[in-house]
Design a protein around this ligand. Sequence first.
Ligand code: NAD
Ligand code: AHE
Ligand code: ZN
Length: 376
Amino acid sequence: MRTRAAVALAAGKPLEIMEVNLEGPKKGEVLIEIKATGLCHTDEFTRSGADPEGIFPCILGHEGAGIVIEVGEGVTTLKPGDHVIPLYTPECRECPSCLSQKTNLCTSIRSTQGQGLMPDGTTRFSMLDGTPIYHYMGCSTFANHTVMPEIALAKVDPAAPFDKICYIGCGVTTGIGAVLNTAKVEIGAKAVVFGLGGIGLNVIQGLKMAGADMIIGVDLNNDKKEWGEKFGMTHFVNPKEIEGSVVQHIVDLTKTPFDQIGGADYSFDCTGNVKVMRDALECTHRGWGVSVVIGVAPAGAEIQTRPFQLVTGRVWKGTAFGGARGRTDVPKIVDWYMQGKIEIDSMITHKLKLEEINKGFDLMHEGKSIRAVVEF
Ligand code: NAD
Ligand code: AHE
Ligand code: ZN
């Protein structure tokens, strides 16, 4: 069949809207009509050329929602008409990682996914002249139709609106999951969130759910203060507007008459900046502070700290997709949204047509959007 897509022809170039060929689903695969997709900073990271795994031409996008159109041979858990959210972290429930129950990082198709290929080593997308187009994060939601493995699709409530729940395909689940699954924040905790964008605000939302007492938001953009407060942030810090280091500032903020050491119980990097990651670790409490890296850093970037920071009990960890097991957890998060337990609507600040997708990246750079969503 033919479908319409925003194609990344080369690193650093705007996406180009075009008709592309899409082959039907093979064994274990499913054809999806994408109804809506969010623009996550990770799409921009890869478009810009900063992703060591970036491979072009490709169809980006990994934060979508849509409807099953056709299933390939052997598919048993989905049928045409089902509403689904694509999963860049699949859940096969059979590989050593899934069976370990220690990680959500299913490894069954990770190597082909990283090469922009379907599990059989081929692409389903091509240009009209036959040139193959690579898949992205196993999803390619910047296309009106896509083909995905059955194990990378979460079946969700058909009453849920596509233009909102697409955000659960990455940002919402990553932010809330980082708090609940990865950090396992407890009631009364003091936490710091660096970067109050589409991920950071969901971390704040997760911290509120977990019952954190002190939620400090850090951003260079003062417009993010109001956004953070809307979701439960108690203190805002703009590193450009304080005297001294942000680390010392946060340590001082978290001191009490009883605890003059100071430091946050938990911190989260939602910027992808390795210097910020260091600050996020070093502002946590001696002896028990946990810092979670969410941000994705450019090729070649490395994190640094004095080992003494870890010797003295701070823990540095990371999270992908908020530690969520997609087929199990994503339908539940959609239900939370439908029950009003979590907020999504206000964070969808812009709705765009596919033709306007590059404007979505401009809005992201200008700090004007939380999430721009393309509706097909
Ligand atoms: P975003 O562009 O919406 O938000 C980033 C925010 O960080 C902005 O508000 C910006 O002003 C702020 N910021 C930038 N530099 C800063 C600095 N030095 N100090 C303080 N604040 C700063 O991006 P997003 O969609 O929220 O994504 C955030 C990061 O998370 C990206 O690196 C993205 O690739 C990554 N991400 C990771 C996962 C995962 O599974 N680990 C999932 C989704 C996104
Ligand atoms: N390709 C990059 C890594 C990108 C990355 O870390 N991706 C996250 C999801 S970001 C979603 O917005 C992830 O899930 N990582 C685990 C994985 O297996 O990719 C690089 O640096 O090579
Ligand atoms: Zn993402």
